[in-house]
Design a protein around this ligand. Sequence first.
Ligand code: AP5
Ligand code: MG
Length: 230
Amino acid sequence: MTGSPSGGPLPRRMVFLGPPGVGKGTQAAGLARELGLAHLSTGDLLRAAVAEGSELGRAADGHMRAGRLVPDDLVVAILKERLGRSDAAAGYILDGFPRTLIQAETLGRFASLDAVISLELDPGALVARLTGRRLCPTCGAVYNLLTQPPREAGRCDQEGAALVQRPDDRPDAVEVRLKVYAEQTAPLLEFYRRLGLLRRLDASGTPAEVAARLRQLLRPPSARTRRPTD
Ligand code: AP5
Ligand code: MG
């Protein structure tokens, strides 16, 4: 951990845990930029492998399209390789990893975490965020038809490219992903609570509101702003 403006240590090795569409990627990207951390999303790494057509990508593609988890051994291998690169030495945010108890236990054997941030939102709002999401196929920028639309309908603000939908953001795959989260990933909340690492974040409201709450949550308890109701 390193110093925060208030003098306390800020976590630099973090996991962002939360259901599909809660805003892990959005918040992790902004925080990683600000703190100089590597943003490691296993979903992004797997989508890149699918786009390349590598052996891993071919093995992962069907699972991802259906909304199911990719087998633990494949995901652990790709994450371990990525964590070993130099940009992760100064710290990292793991976005979407671990997602099973086996992944969490394996991670514990090769990395030591400062904090696990649990992003929380009601299921109706999750579905709206997922079905409205659109991506730029060229630069990867993420939009939302409802909450963060591009300036020109259907086109990336930077690239002008036609925006696309992730195959697993279609309603049938979304349903599977939410169920898989509840069954296989939600148990990690208790796992990390017992280790004393869990910090819970209300992920409702605008991205800027969530970002402000997240920065409060990262400060040591003594440095967090107290409201009259706290
Ligand atoms: P992954 O890519 O990790 O998907 P996910 O966990 O389902 O999460 P998302 O990326 O869909 O959502 P997010 O929380 O990042 O939200 P975002 O910020 O984009 O994984 C995909 C697949 O890969 C898995 O299903 C699995 O097959 C495989 N996989 C990956 N990791 C694996 C692992 N460890 N083990 C096994 N398999 C694995 O935001 C969503 C939308 O909402 C966007 O449009 C955004 O603009 C908008 N938005 C964000 N914040 C707000 C806000 N505050 N208000 C309004 N809109 C908002
Ligand atoms: Mg994401």
